[in-house]
Design a protein around this ligand. Structure first.
Ligand SMILES: CSC[C@H]1O[C@H](OP(=O)(O)O)[C@H](O)[C@@H]1O
Ligand code: HPA
Length: 253
């Protein structure tokens, strides 16, 4: 099954598609937010709100393991995740969409693995599933690659941090992309992120960065995002020849 991890401002998905079912999943890591099964182009797609109902959980407190485990439990193995992000590049404008091809992790206080009692080192050379990325990119008006900088939050970045992230090649910055993608990989799932650019990052924008700016920009992006998701899900096939399901081969000591 395909899953959508919905980030900031994605409630509209629930109003766009018909609802088939709702699932409350309790995992060994805790209760996950309620999952809604949507009918998208005659496919059943599981939607989970990353920050829980009513966007009530901040990025550094999200139970990423419960979210991923719950999706896995109900049979999801291909995940499209939305992330609202700040842009580090004036050519990547608010309102546009970027499909990241890599990340650099600056989070520092998160549970970032399912493997606490076994020694497992998964390959993360290309952290996002190339097949799902191709589905999102082909024929669509999106930035096809770029490095996602993951920060701990919940504060926005300092101007100096943004200058540094730019220097090391970052294109967009957000607080939720990691460890989510890593945990999905550990569960042998295909995972790709859809970054909705909501603002220029701190100090690139001359203005003070506010939540209102981000939420308003997500509203402006809504139609584009829904179109992209609808088309991509239509084009997503079940067969998985990308190697994501073999990530644990040669990774366990
Ligand atoms: C509400 S602005 C900051 C908030 O938005 C992003 O979340 P998501 O990736 O779930 O859309 C960002 O990482 C922060 O959590
Ligand atoms: O500028 C940002 N920084 C971090 N997270 C974000 N989420 C949306 N915009 C931003």
């Amino acid at each position: 099954m395909i899953g959508i991890i919905g980030g900031t401002g994605t409630k509209a998905l629930l109003e766009t598609y018909s609802i088939v079912d709702k699932k409350d999943v309790k995992t060994e890591y805790g209760q996950a937010p309620q999952i809604t099964i949507l009918d998208i182009n005659n496919k059943e797609v599981a939607y989970i709100p990353r920050h829980s109902q009513g966007h009530s959980v901040p990025p550094h407190k999200i139970n990423y393991r419960a979210n991923i485990e719950a999706l896995k439990t109900i049979g999801v193995n291909q995940v499209y995740a939305t992330n609202s992000v700040g842009s580090l590049d004036t050519n990547i404008e608010p309102g546009s969409i970027l499909i990241p091809d890599n990340f650099i992790d600056f989070t520092h206080n998160r549970v970032s693995t399912f493997f606490d009692n076994e020694v497992v080192h998964i390959d993360c050379t290309n952290p996002y599933c190339e097949t799902l990325r191709t589905n999102l990119i082909t024929g669509n008006d999106v930035h096809p690659y770029g490095i996602y900088i993951a920060t701990e939050g919940p504060r926005f970045e300092t101007g100096a941090e943004i200058q540094f992230y730019k220097l090391i090649g970052g294109k967009v910055v957000g607080m939720t992309g990691v460890p989510e993608v890593v945990l999905a990989k550990e569960k042998q799932m295909c995972y790709s992120s859809i970054c909705a650019v909501t603002n220029y990052a701190a100090a690139i924008s001359p203005n003070k960065l506010t939540i209102t700016e981000v939420i308003d920009a997500m509203k402006d992006c809504e139609e584009k995002l829904i179109k992209l998701i609808t088309k991509t899900i239509k084009n997503t096939v079940v067969s998985r020849d990308c190697g994501c399901q073999h990530i644990l081969d040669d990774a366990i000591i």
